[in-house]
Ligand binder design. Sequence first.
Ligand code: CU
Length: 342
Amino acid sequence: MKLMRWAIALAAVGLTPAAGWATAQPATVAAATENAAAATPAAPQIEFSAPTPGIGIPDGRKGIQEQVTEVGRGAASFHNDWLLLLCIVISAFVLALLGYTMLRYRRGASPVPSRTSHNTAIEVIWTIVPVIILVAIAIPSIRLIRAQYTPPPADLTVKVTGNQWYWTYQYPDNGGFEIVSNLLKEQADVKPGERYRTDKDGPPLLAVDERIVIPANKVVKFIVTSADVIHSFAVPAFWTKIDANPGRLNETWVKVDRPGVYFGQCSELCGARHGYMPIAIEVVPEATFNAWLAAKGGSPKGAKLVAAAAPAAAAAPASGTPAEAEPAVEPPVTNQAATAQN
Ligand SMILES: [Cu+2]
């Protein structure tokens, strides 16, 4: 009996393997809720864009992805134009010195070894030059950290929660609605009628069914946490990578100046399906963002939350006859068809 109680308690906190695999469940529930929101008359659909090759998406090129935030551009140029250059110069100098010493002081060319053990001038130089190099790295590095960790006042806040193995995104300033983002499977892996990945959604293993949508040229604060184990919220084109720890809130921010789709992945080994929890962010003009908010039952920051009440009313069962209850079951089908077009 005692054992039974433990099993129930464990299942309740989601520690059993079965609980782990039931990840599709919250998505379905959320989809149904979204459907209720989408079914309200004042819900314009927004057109999602296809990713631009080479931007916000890996395309086989080596090096850092093209950056679309000011912090990212600063960091990429620090890496490409300064750190790499310094590495090349130092490596070439050490290699040349090594080559010279090996040739010039080999036994054949220098049969009597030099007995020099000290040279004050050289010792002063090889102490001061590395100090100068380190200072030259530290100054721009600290400047970059300061830019990253002193966020300007946020125009929008998105709460990001890592789950085994999907992401949920909440918009607390916009009515508090939540979206659940799952990897889109390939056509061969889904049952007939189910939504599958198309090129418009993005590349395999990066495309998701629900993208985070944020406005362009606005400061967006991401509050990052986890519901189970440590995940990491990483979007290379924004120069963003921050751990999602259970029981803690981490914070990062972006201000993206180029509308488009940007992909990232969970970047902390978080279990069996760690490689299958991508992140997709769609950056849109503000008007489109507001239309998307309305479609989700949210509203712009500070606006009166009129739309938020509508989905609740739509989802509430009316007088309870079977005929009236039916539409509440049907929307998932229509939504799937609607999302499949995106
Ligand atoms: Cu993860």
